[in-house]
Ligand binder design. Sequence first.
Ligand code: HEC
Ligand code: HEC
Length: 257
Amino acid sequence: MNHSIAILLLVPAAAWAQPANSPPDPDAAAGGGAAFRPYCTPCHGVRGEGGRGPDLTRGVYATGDKDADLFRTIANGVPGTEMPGFAADLRDEDITRIVAFLRSIARHEVAGIPGDRAKGEKLFWEKGGCGACHVVGVRGGRMGPDLTRIGPQRSLQYLRDAVLAPSKDILPGYATITVIRRDGTKLVGVERGYDNFSAQLMDVAGNYYSFLKSEVRSAARETRSLMTDQYGRLFTPAEIDDLLAYLVSLRGAEAAR
Ligand code: HEC
Ligand code: HEC
């Protein structure tokens, strides 16, 4: 009996994983897939293809590419974003299996985005008027969400839908509030607060309003986006690709400018 082989076989799998990435382990990946489904699919899609959370099949990750980086991201989340930490819900073994699952679904062919980023940037600030409602870096309006780091936050398909069919998925806190005052004048803006007694909103000019429902004729909250659903008509398909190339490129660097 060759003792050195027996000893090698006893070395726990974790020891192998330390310096490099673990070799694909089909059993662990299957177990990881089972854990992935209930916890991760709501944001990352059934096959990890992304949704409100980024596409996890590209095989490259903004938070680091080593197994240990993925483990840390899943355990601790990404602070300040919608990515929660799972250290309290999942055992370390389950997280390790999920890492194996992510390795098994990685395609490693980072499909290039067909559009032209520079053209997209121009369309964003000029033809699209997107900057009226969105901040990128230090520029833009505050009614819509800040897009400074939108690239790593969402999948490409989600961004496409966000531009072409904005009401498909409304971000929490971005419903539309419509208030009709006693004198008949109407105000429309994004929700900044809404309960049984009061409504707060911000209009496109960035003005903040707060009303008691008892002092206005009506106040309503709708889960539709304040963003027009007409961008598919305004832009050609090539322009939409340019715009998406620009959005995907936004990784926070502009914040420093
Ligand atoms: C509530 C939505 C949500 C859930 C649930 C969620 N994530 Fe995320 N996840 C995100 C978002 C949003 C990001 C992007 C964070 C950022 O802005 O950098 C992210 C980022 C990540 C990243 C880093 C990607 C990169 O490129 O750096 C990994 C890995 C990841 N999630 C794995 C998981 C796993 C595994 C689960 C389930 C155990 C999970 N996530 C559950 C929303 C979610
Ligand atoms: C009138 C204001 C307004 C304009 C103009 C506008 N948006 Fe928006 N946008 C919003 C609001 C409000 C939301 C949040 C509600 C929702 O989910 O649609 C949003 C959401 C988004 C999101 C999703 C953000 C996220 O975190 O998931 C993207 C991407 C986006 N807009 C891109 C654009 C682009 C590109 C343009 C120009 C072609 C544009 N917007 C023009 C108001 C606007």
